[in-house]
Design a protein around this ligand. Sequence first.
Ligand code: CP
Length: 384
Amino acid sequence: MTIPPLGSECENQSTSVPPPQKETRTGVREIIIDWAARISDFKPTVIGFDPNRASRGTRNTYDRYASGFDEGKGMSDLITMDDLTNEEIIDILDTAEKLLPVARGEVYAPLLQGKVLGNLFFENSTRTRMSFEAAMKRLGGDVLNLSSVGSSVAKGETLYDTMQMVDGYSDIAVIRHPKQGAAQYSADAVDIPVLNAGDGAGNHPTQTMLDLFTIRQAHGTLEGLNIVLVGDLRYGRTTHSLSHALVRFGTKLTLVSPESLNMPEEIVGDLRTHGGDVTESDDLQSMIPEADVIYMTRIQKERFPDEDEYAKVAGIYKMTADDLKVAKKTMIVMHPLPRVDEIDASVDVTGHAHYFKQAFNGVPTRMALLCRSLGVKVPKKVGA
Ligand code: CP
């Protein structure tokens, strides 16, 4: 694959080019970036970028074996949910469950002692960055944190060059970037495993894994549920990855958004083409009685090209405890967080509120993902 230059600027991804699709091993077509079509969106800051170098990292296979890395088992990126089969998803969720006492700090299990995580955040984060760091440290590993501020990214260093440093300094990288496609670009540029922690309005697969963990924890299954995704489904990368995964488990999906923030047509079409039972609406209240999960999302102000367009939809869905009087007792309210005003504090004290538990679930789930990508087997009984 030829990799185009990707600069260190953080401008919004153009939405003018319809994304192409590829057939994937899981049956649902993943929406992917056509680099050739989008090349004009990327402005390299370093002249002389050599795309032919980009598929090679700085380490060779010998280095990997010399450091005890099991190439055959562990080398594993996670860029979109298509990188995981349903069986692998269930296996990771089971592993995360075993790791719950470690995540809570009740048991010490230094399974990742000697391993180093490069935690790269070119866009703001509280939960994803901290829960990856907590996961690594609870498992005895170390973390190198990098953000745009305070690093040489501010001097104009390219993502490609930055990734070469990370490849040399760490065993695995987690990357969040405002540009859709940046995680795949980074993974192609290095040898170490790369986990996508959110790429623009693209995907957020590690969030999907903790979302699935939370849903299964509450309902005991991922199958046959009625799940309502609400809010900014156009720019909301959490819902793009989550809808993809849920359809694969036979969930009935209702997409609730104002028309201007509808889920991109190519994603909805794809979900339906592959058997997804998907309904679209702009009315949240009428969906509450039948829902098993209501997944609220923030309107992604930072991704709007125009402030006036944001103003038209800001505050459009505001859930209160009163609204939930008609809900099933077992219905859970989720939110990837941060929330702005879409869930009133009155919901926090109801039995429906699962969003803080969901945020905590990022720790065991990300522990399981780190172990998997690093080829570290988690014993049946952790800490024994
Ligand atoms: N859910 C989520 O991605 O939160 P952060 O932006 O705080 O990481």
